[in-house]
Design a binder for this molecule. Structure first.
Ligand code: OFO
Length: 183
């Protein structure tokens, strides 16, 4: 008896999306380690916590694929790429990776709509909303670094920015506490 409720095409893009989320988790992780090494502990802590959020997104998709009776395929995660050269570049790269992720999510929404797979379409709405928040977060980071002087931000401005980010609320939930309803 067939119990798989996902088309092959949607199972494929959802599995691919797991890798995209894992890749973003690696990017935040690598940049967090870079920031820590440079002495920006507030920025580093913020990025470490965001890395955990990205991993939670991957887990949320994994649970959904399993719940719909399809196969999960865990693949290699692409390299996060070179370290940023500055805090300014770090935040620009983060913004770009969030925009790329939004495109990938919109593609799944489009596909689920074309297939009339309303369960997947409904599931993906959480990610549409999340990406709006994440793009806002990334834009906010870019505004902060711009006010601090952009690519030529001086030590005092970066120190203030570092302290500011150290105070941001903790959004990440521990991976073991996440579920489809509590991502
Ligand atoms: Fe998974 O939200 Fe950012 O990328």
């Amino acid at each position: 008896m067939e119990t798989n409720r996902l088309s092959d095409a949607l199972a494929k893009v959802l599995n691919d999306q797991m890798t995209v989320e894992a890749h973003n988790a690696q990017i935040y992780l690598a940049y967090a380690a870079w920031a820590s090494d440079k002495g920006y502990d507030g920025i580093s802590n913020f990025l470490f916590r965001h890395s955990a959020e990205e991993r939670n997104h991957m887990m949320k998709i994994l649970e959904y694929i399993l719940k719909r009776g399809a196969k999960v395929v865990v693949t290699a995660i692409p390299d996060p790429g070179p370290e940023p050269a500055s805090v300014n570049e770090c935040f620009e790269k983060i913004f770009n990776s969030e925009v790329e992720n939004t495109k990938s999510i919109y593609n799944i929404v489009n596909m689920s709509m074309a297939e009339k797979d309303w369960a997947t379409w409904n599931f993906m709405q959480w990610f549409v909303k999340e990406q709006t928040e994440e793009e806002t977060m990334a834009l906010d980071l870019l505004s902060k670094i711009k006010i601090a002087g952009g690519a030529s931000a001086d030590t005092d401005a970066l120190y203030a920015l570092n302290n500011d980010l150290a105070k941001t609320p903790d959004d990440a939930t521990l991976a073991q506490d996440t579920s489809v309803t509590n991502p």
